[in-house]
Each structure stands twice: as structure tokens, then as C-alpha cells.
Design a protein around this ligand. Structure first.
Ligand code: SAM
Length: 322
């Protein structure tokens, strides 16, 4: 403690520091000695104040992901960070665009995604971080390497190779696409897979994932298993009209009605983000619904890019920050 060091320093000169006002081994003049207890109290006060402030745990997602909430993240995280909950749960976590950008951590945190590659990457980062980094050191950004990995069946790989393949493809592909990936060439920036810059984010993510439960089951089962009064769920399902963007047989149009039913009877609170279409407004007519503007950037055509309205839906009262 700084104040203790100051007090111990007088008379002992434990750190061999020379005082500009004379011999450090001598006791301080009376006036200074009287000021010390006061300084001690001020320092204690500052320490107490800072220790009661929540530390910011937010980290960067390590790769883009289709539907990642980059533009809305600030507003969604502000709503979540204001809520008091013991359990935080995400049934459709993707690359963690919201989970990871939240400033505070809940006592218990559970994340889930039906996509096997996402689950494997998070688990490998949790359990085999050092060996994983070693494996990544030998990757280089070339179109040939990208094509080779696209053509490789992930089921033929070990979990660690599988996670490395997935991370490499997501970082190098255009717009964070999940299927039909193409090599994203960026002549005006450094190579997309550069471990010297990526390592810092991987380390931060490894640390952030400590104590987080990572699951790989269907969203409905996840919600039913985790639901409790003290829980807050953030849900980011595939957009209406884009149900198969994450592969065949994981989600379809009927799932929106099931989801609305499940959420209407839940014990905990939820916040859901989705594109603004009349069908979703009708399904969630019973809930709190806010319209927000955002910008889509990953589309291949002009029609699929640009400004759009999204909905933030919840079963509690909330305000959307500007
Ligand atoms: C819009 S993305 C989530 C993006 C995420 N918020 C992010 O920042 O990366 C939707 C996610 O839902 C997952 N998903 C689709 N169907 C699912 C299901 N039935 N159960 C669980 N996850 C599912 C997809 O794999 C995808 O990662």
C-alpha cells in the first residue's frame, strides 16, 4: 500500500531512495509527520472507492461472424450492463459480439451455439490455449492455404486443428461469411491472419472465458435448462428470411413462433435483437418492442447493404441509449 510504504520509508530507507530534503533515514519534520496520517486516510478513501468500482472485462471478438452485432453492440451492451442479474446466458452466441463486449461479468455465465466450430474454438481456447498458439504460429495468409482449408472436412481433424482451421477461415474470408466463403483480399491493410497482432486478443479471450460454461445444443433446450428468475438472456437468432444462413437444418421459420412462446413463459428476463418485419412484430406483440436503426455492411449487393431497422424486444422495461 503506497501510504504504508511512505510511513515505513521514514526512518528505515528500505528502498534506498534519497530524499531531496535531506537524509531519508531521519524522521520527517513535525509538520510533515502530522500530514502523514491525513494522507494515509485520503489514500485509503481512494483505494476503497476504486475497489468498489466494477472493472471493465470487455474484450474484442477474434474474428468476424455473419450477423455479428458490431453496429448495435454499444447500445445492446449498455442495456445489459445496467441490468442486475446473477446469471447471464446467450443461446445464439456466434463469435461473441455482445457477450465479449459487455463491460461487467455476471456471477454465472453460459454461452451456447449450435455451430460445432464455434463451440470447438471456445473450448480449445479455454483448455488448450498454449498448444493452440503453437499450432497457429505456422499459419500464413495465402489464398492457396485458404483454399486448402476450405476443402478440408473438419470431421477429419483433431479439435485443435479444427479450431485453428475455423479461426483462419473466419479471419480471412469476406464479410465473416459462414458458408460459401471466399478469400477476402485487402490490398490496403496487413494480412488478416497475423499472429503478432492476434496473439494479444487471443490471450485476452482465453482469460475472459475462464469460468464460462460453453455449450453446443439447440437454443430451446438451452433456454429451458438455464431459465431462472435471476437470469438475463440475450438472444440473437438468425434473421427472419435468412433462417438457413448458418447451415441447413439448424433453424427454420417455424422456430420464431416456438421461440416467442417459450420466451413469453420464461422466469428470467430476456432481450432479443432481430430484423424489423411485420411477422416478428406480430409474434411479439405482448412484449416491449423498440425500433433501432443500424447499418449492414456484409452484403454482396447494394440491396443487402445500407441502413435498416432492427427490433430490440424484451420482457422488461428498458430504454435504448442513443
Ligand atoms: C445472428 S448469429 C449470432 C451472432 C452473434 N451475436 C455474434 O455477435 O457473433 C446467430 C447464431 O445462431 C446460431 N444458431 C442457429 N440456429 C441455432 C439453434 N437452433 N440453436 C442454437 N444456435 C443456433 C448460429 O450458428 C449463429 O451463430
Amino acid at each position: 500500500m503506497a501510504s504504508d510504504l511512505v510511513i515505513a520509508g521514514w526512518g528505515s530507507n528500505a528502498f534506498g531512495v534519497r530524499s531531496t530534503r535531506g537524509n531519508f533515514n531521519e524522521p520527517p519534520p513535525t509538520a510533515q509527520r502530522e500530514r502523514l496520517p491525513r494522507a494515509h486516510h485520503v489514500l485509503q478513501g481512494i483505494k476503497k472507492r476504486f475497489s468498489s468500482m466494477p472493472t471493465d472485462v470487455s474484450v474484442n471478438p477474434i474474428a468476424p461472424w455473419l450477423g455479428g452485432k458490431r453496429n448495435l453492440a454499444k447500445r445492446i451492451c449498455a442495456i445489459i450492463d445496467q441490468d442486475k442479474h446473477d446469471t447471464y446466458a446467450e443461446p445464439f452466441v456466434g463469435m461473441g459480439g455482445i457477450f465479449l463486449r459487455r463491460k461487467s461479468a455476471a456471477k454465472s455465465e453460459l454461452i451456447n451455439d449450435k455451430h460445432r466450430e464455434i463451440y470447438t474454438l471456445f473450448r480449445v481456447l479455454q483448455e488448450h490455449y498454449v498448444a493452440f498458439l503453437d499450432l497457429l504460429r505456422f499459419q500464413i495468409t495465402t489464398q492457396a492455404n485458404f483454399a486448402r482449408l476450405v476443402a478440408t472436412d473438419p470431421n477429419t481433424l483433431t479439435d485443435m486443428q479444427r479450431a485453428a482451421r475455423f479461426l483462419y477461415l473466419q479471419r480471412c474470408s469476406f464479410g465473416g461469411k459462414v458458408t460459401g466463403q471466399t478469400f477476402g483480399l485487402s490490398p490496403d491493410r496487413s494480412a488478416r491472419f497475423n499472429l503478432t497482432t492476434l496473439e494479444r486478443d487471443l490471450e485476452a479471450l482465453h482469460t475472459r472465458l475462464a469460468g464460462v460454461t460453453v455449450m453446443n445444443i439447440d437454443c430451446a433446450e438451452f433456454i429451458s435448462r438455464v431459465d431462472r428468475k435471476t437470469a438475463l438472456f440475450y438472444l440473437d437468432p438468425p434473421y427472419w428470411g435468412h433462417e438457413s444462413d448458418y447451415g441447413p437444418d439448424v433453424f427454420d421459420r417455424d422456430r420464431f413462433e416456438q421461440l416467442a412462446q417459450l420466451l413469453s413463459g420464461m422466469n428470467g428476463r430476456f432481450l432479443l435483437s432481430i430484423n424489423d418485419v411485420p411477422e416478428i412484430r406480430a409474434l411479439f406483440a405482448w412484449a416491449e418492442v423498440h425500433e433501432v436503426q443500424t447499418t449492414y455492411t456484409a452484403g454482396l449487393t447494394d440491396q443487402s447493404r445500407g441502413k435498416r431497422a432492427e427490433l430490440l424486444i424484451g420482457n422488461f422495461e428498458f430504454n435504448v441509449p442513443r
